[in-house]
Design a protein around this ligand. Structure first.
Ligand code: C2E
Ligand code: MG
Ligand code: MG
Length: 812
């Protein structure tokens, strides 16, 4: 009936409210005016306006009037027809109709009345109405009835004020709120009262629901910072929430009735207008299938801030009154700024600000795509690697190294045209991409410019030297033409990289244009270097040990020697991989690993009862000169649990002579940090050790270079060997002869009181278990249950007993 119509009307009013989203009428209702129960002061009855019924044309009062007319007719003519028509009228009404005596005795009522209260007709006719009222309401109802019977009124004059609010008690005990319109009539000459009663429980529940909905709605639309708009079919704004102020700077009153286009710069709106309109006519559930996006990003026009990036999503376009379109718009300036920053961070090198490898990959893929469209066009990739950067980094410190890289990046950029781009791949590797070139001569021109620019000396601040240092470096450049020298990013980069290797091999500080015919050797080395980068992580490096024997023929120590087995199973000798690792810096990680492994392995052997055994570890100059080397060394040794007195470090003569003063300082520092540790000069005799320095070197032993031992038969070599042995005696340094392969060599050194010997004659560099097996055989120790059997048949060498003497191993 009418109720449902009214509710719909109210819901509509909420959605299309003009100022705060809630129409005044509803607002009043929700604030309690409608709720008769709230208005009541204790049990009693209140007259009030029922907003659902307009006073002037109240259906309520019209109905009452018709009933009364009908009743009067029935009473007057008493015909079947008039009685039937009255019953039809009464039973067709969904409100309760009741006729009572002034004392409240129920005389007549319709079907709704009985069914509402839950009684049969027989049970109620003749009973007092008060039995249907809760205790507290009876007195007031009685008074009201008496008043009506006294003064009466006519249905014509029934005003909204005559509506009586009361509560009825149903048969099951439930108390419900009801509205009642009373009218005085004459019944067989006696005064009577006719009442039209409406059960309000449904209306109350509905209003409660409406109230909650409104609260949710207000909380939502006024809490979110996004702007919410509703648009009519002319694309005019018919609703806006307070988020409009936050997003666009407009007061919402300012945008009501305005065209939607005021929120956009004109060109943006005209570009998107057609698409926006599609959202108006196409409902939510169909949009995706028709390829309409969920959200739009566009530039919005704000009141004071000019244009700003916005994101918009459209709600459904259906509405009770037809079509309206709801949209939510949020300002995404912050998000866009953050995205830009993140993108910049993700694609640029933090130090130099140049693009990084990821950006290079993106740019290259676009470039390669463009070649597919334009067959004739060409580009150039230059691969650049600084010459001498590592030295600057190692000697002047990382800050100076960083400064050098930043300045180099600036110089490279200056050498390029607007459309060319420079990238930093990490370390001292830079890449330049030249687009739209004529031919490879463009690469030559740019390379020459970069070579000249980098050749200018750099003034770097050095924390280590505590002053500004003038430094000169060079750059090796590889030039590859794309797509001729590579149709994929990998191939083009590889070609430029290989050409750069060629520049290095040819003497550095130059450029080379990639040429497959002459690059075979460089390609091999390039391949090796790529593999080496992952080999350490893959566990492809192994550590072997070679025993160092005292003249008594017993093992005194062992030298740790690294080995690399490539993926194809071939062994790469240290003479090949150590120089490459020194070049590309991998020696630092490799050296760390060797030291850690060697200390750990030796400690395991100590744990099995051979505590006197020392281990000798080779240290490359790059490692030794690294600023943090002393700290790293101390921490590795300590964490391994190895006594420092059981560790010897081998430095080649050239490492020490490279910067003797610093080397001496550093050795002292290490000896202070790790008391008991000792140093050996490896490959002694190959360099040009100054005797003056040698006497000051805080080293403990000299290792005669293998070349003198192997060629001992040559008179010249023998002289050098004897001189070294004598020098050792004079300077009180232990002497180790390496490369002992024969009995003769063994005897030669034993006779000359050379402290220790090492060579294939005793054992080739072998797995740890083999050295351990040898140790056990020497002492005749019984193997513990967890001892692994030695591999192969390793025979300890016997030194003639008569010649054997105690070695002079100095306590350091
Ligand atoms: P080195 O430190 O002088 O090591 C001695 C080299 O002589 C080892 O070669 C060893 O296998 C070899 N050798 C030992 N006894 C004999 C013998 O009786 N006859 C002959 N012909 N050779 C013998 P390897 O292992 O090939 O190592 C070569 C060089 O590579 C080493 O010379 C060392 O300078 C370097 N190296 C090896 N491992 C490492 C490491 O872990 N770190 C560093 N920095 N360098 C290492
Ligand atoms: Mg060595
Ligand atoms: Mg050596």
């Amino acid at each position: 009936m009418q109720k449902s119509m009214d509710i719909v009307g109210l819901l509509e009013s909420i959605e299309s409210s003009d100022t705060d989203g809630v129409p005044d009428r509803l607002s009043n209702l929700l604030d309690g005016e409608f709720n008769p129960i709230r208005r009541e002061q204790g049990p009693g009855m209140t007259l009030h306006t029922n907003p659902l019924s307009d006073p002037g044309e109240s259906i309520f009062s019209q109905l009452l009037e018709r009933i009364i007319q009908g009743y009067a007719l029935k009473l007057e003519d008493g015909t079947e027809e008039s009685i039937a028509s009255l019953e039809i009228l009464l039973d067709g009404v969904s409100d309760s109709i009741l006729i009572m005596s002034p004392a409240g005795k129920i005389v007549e009522a319709n079907h709704t009345f009985f069914s509402t209260f839950g009684y049969d007709r027989r049970e109620l006719i003749g009973s007092p109405i008060y039995e249907l009222l809760p205790e507290g309401y009876r007195g007031a109802f009685h008074e009201r009835l008496a008043e009506f019977s006294m003064h009466g009124n006519s249905p014509h004059s029934a005003t909204p004020e005559d509506i009586l609010a009361f509560r009825g008690q149903l048969r099951d005990g439930t108390v419900v709120s009801m509205d009642c319109l009373l009218s005085a009539i004459q019944l067989r000459g006696e005064p009577a009262v006719i009442a039209l009663i409406r059960d309000l429980s449904f209306d109350h529940a509905l209003f409660q629901q409406l109230k909650e909905t409104r609260e949710h709605y207000v909380a939502l639309s006024e809490t979110i910072t996004e702007a919410i708009f509703r648009l009519d079919d002319e694309f005019k704004i018919i609703f806006a929430n307070s988020g409009v102020k936050n997003t666009f700077g407009w007061e919402r009153e300012e945008v009501f009735g305005q065209p939607f286009s005021i929120l956009f710069p004109p060109e943006v709106f005209s570009k998107h207008e057609n698409e926006f309109r599609k959202y108006f006519y196409i409902d939510d559930q169909d949009r995706l299938a028709l390829g309409l996006k969920r959200t739009f990003e566009f530039l919005g026009a704000t009141k004071h801030r000019g244009v700003a990036p916005m994101e918009m999503s459209f709600g459904n376009s259906k509405d009770q009154r037809g079509r309206t379109l709801t949209c939510v718009i949020r300002d995404i300036t912050q998000r866009k700024t953050l995205e830009r920053k993140l993108r910049h961070l993700a694609f640029h090198d933090k130090l130099t600000g140049l693009g990084n490898r990821d950006l290079f990959n993106e740019d290259m893929s676009l470039l390669l795509q463009s070649f597919e469209l334009e067959e004739a066009s060409r580009g150039i990739v230059l691969f650049l690697d600084l010459d001498g950067f590592k030295h600057v980094n190692d000697t002047l410190g990382h800050d100076a190294g960083d400064e050098l890289l930043v300045e180099t990046a600036r110089r490279i950029r200056v050498c390029l045209r607007e459309r060319d781009t420079a990238y930093r791949f990490g370390g001292d590797e830079f890449v330049v991409v030249l687009t739209k070139i004529k031919d490879s001569s463009d690469g030559v021109v740019v390379s020459e410019r970069i070579l000249m620019s980098v050749a200018d000396p750099y003034i770097l601040r050095s924390k280590i030297k505590n002053s500004g240092s003038r430094v000169s470096v060079g750059v090796s450049i590889g030039v590859a033409v794309v797509p001729d020298h590579g149709r994929t990013i990998e191939d083009a980069t590889k070609s430029a990289d290989i050409a750069m290797y060629c520049s290095k091999e040819e003497g550095k500080n130059r450029y080379t244009i990639y040429d497959p015919a002459v690059s075979a050797k460089a390609t091999e080395r390039w391949q090796l270097e790529q593999e080496m980068k992952t080999a350490l992580g893959n566990g492809d490096f192994k550590l072997l040990y070679q025993p160092i024997m005292g003249v008594d023929g017993r093992i005194r120590g062992m030298e740790a020697l690294a080995r690399w087995k490539r993926l194809d199973g071939t062994d790469v000798p240290p003479s090949v991989f150590i120089p490459i690792a020194e070049d590309n810096g991998l020696i630092l990680r490799l050296g760390d690993w060797v030291l850690r492994r060697a200390c750990y392995d030796t400690r395991r052997i100590h744990d099995k009862g051979f505590q006197d055994l020392y281990v000798s570890v080779n240290v490359s100059s790059r490692q030794f000169e690294q600023p943090g080397y002393v700290d790293d060394l101390a921490s590795i040794v300590r964490s391994s649990g190895l006594q420092p007195s059981r560790l010897k470090l081998e430095l080649t003569e050239s490492t020490i002579m490279h910067n003797t003063k610093d080397a001496i300082k550093r050795i002292h520092e290490i000896k202070l940090r790790l008391p008991g540790i000792s140093f050996m000069v490896d490959d002694f005799g190959t360099g040009y050790s100054s005797l003056a320095y040698l006497s000051q070197l805080p080293v403990d032993a000299l290792k005669i270079d293998i070349s003198f031992v192997v060629n001992l038969a040559e008179r010249q070599n023998e002289k050098v060997v004897n001189a070294i042995i004598n020098l050792g005696h004079i300077l009180d340094l232990d002497i180790v002869a390496e490369g002992i392969e024969t009995k003769e060599q063994l005897e030669y050194f034993t006779n000359r009181e050379c402290g220790s010997m090492q060579g294939y004659f005793f054992l080739k560099p072998s797995p740890l278990e083999d050295v351990y097996a040898l140790l056990k055989r020497e002492t005749g120790a019984v193997a513990k249950p967890d001892d692994k059997p030695p591999k192969g048949s390793v025979q300890p060498a016997k030194i003639p007993a008569s010649r054997a003497r105690q070695p002079r191993i100095r306590a350091s």
